[in-house]
Design a protein around this ligand. Structure first.
Ligand SMILES: O=C(O)c1cc(=O)[nH]c(=O)n1[C@@H]1O[C@H](COP(=O)(O)O)[C@@H](O)[C@H]1O
Length: 236
């Protein structure tokens, strides 16, 4: 079994621009976390911010959730690989041809290619939302179907809720990476997240990487918050 490499904590940089993001990052330790850059921050600050994070020694998950025709999406994934990011993602609902094109395009980057991860069903979507787009199966069944498609297309794993991790590990195998948001230490506010788990519970459930935002970014002492979670999970 291939074990996920440390650090397993990914701090979500949900900031409107690079100044507050870098002010936070400069309090963190690249030995204890990786960083996630999403649509808002990337749209404002772009590849230059990613280069600044790399220069500070951090590995980056570029969370742009690409979803387009195979030619366009695979070119975008290759652009992310050129930038040197550690992980990049697409929507599994883009389908087999799209995911396979992305995987094939990354092969030329060899062993240094980014991990390629697919989003299944967003944690913000319930059964009513799925019905609204013509999917009458439960969210769990749809997650399972899209995770199987993702694995069959040769991708490295999926973003999912830690609550789905035990079933997905059993169905997809230990090497299929599970990247899970909705993580809350016992002492932290739940905020707008509904389906939460503690870091320890999530790793025991089968998560490989924990996406954590506000419990670290909004803490009075972000490094202390990161270190507390890191020491809780480092041996798991
Ligand atoms: O793709 C994601 O990262 C993501 C998917 C999902 O289904 N739910 C979810 O919360 N996220 C992200 O995970 C992070 C969670 O942040 P906190 O709730 O502050 O810990 C945010 O950047 C969300 O956008």
């Amino acid at each position: 079994m291939q074990t996920p490499d440390n650090p397993r904590i990914i701090v979500a940089l949900d900031f409107p621009s690079d100044q507050p993001a870098l002010a936070l990052v400069d309090q963190l330790d690249p030995a204890k976390c990786r960083l996630k850059v999403g649509k808002e921050l990337f749209t404002r600050s772009g590849p230059e911010l990613v280069r600044k994070l790399h220069a500070r020694g951090f590995e980056v998950f570029l969370d742009l959730k690409f979803h387009d025709i195979p030619n366009t999406t695979s070119a975008a994934v290759a652009a992310a690989a050129d930038l040197g990011v550690w992980m990049v993602n697409v929507h599994a609902s883009g389908g087999e041809k799209m995911m396979t094109a992305c995987r094939d395009r990354l092969e030329s980057f060899g062993k240094d290619r980014p991990l390629l991860i697919a989003v299944t069903v967003l944690t913000s979507m319930g059964p009513g939302d799925l019905a609204g787009i013509g999917i009458t199966d439960s969210p769990e069944a749809q997650v399972s179907r899209l995770a199987t498609l993702t694995r069959n297309c040769g991708l490295d794993g999926v973003v999912c809720s830690a609550q789905e991790a035990p079933a997905l590990k059993a169905e997809q195998g230990a090497d299929f990476k599970l990247v899970t948001p909705g993580i809350r230490p016992l002492s932290a506010d739940k905020g707008d997240q509904q389906r939460i788990m503690t870091p320890t519970e999530a790793l025991k459930a089968g998560s490989d990487y924990l996406v954590i935002g506000r419990p670290i970014t909004q803490a009075a002492d972000p490094l202390a918050a990161l270190e507390a979670i890191h020491s809780e999970v480092v041996g798991l």
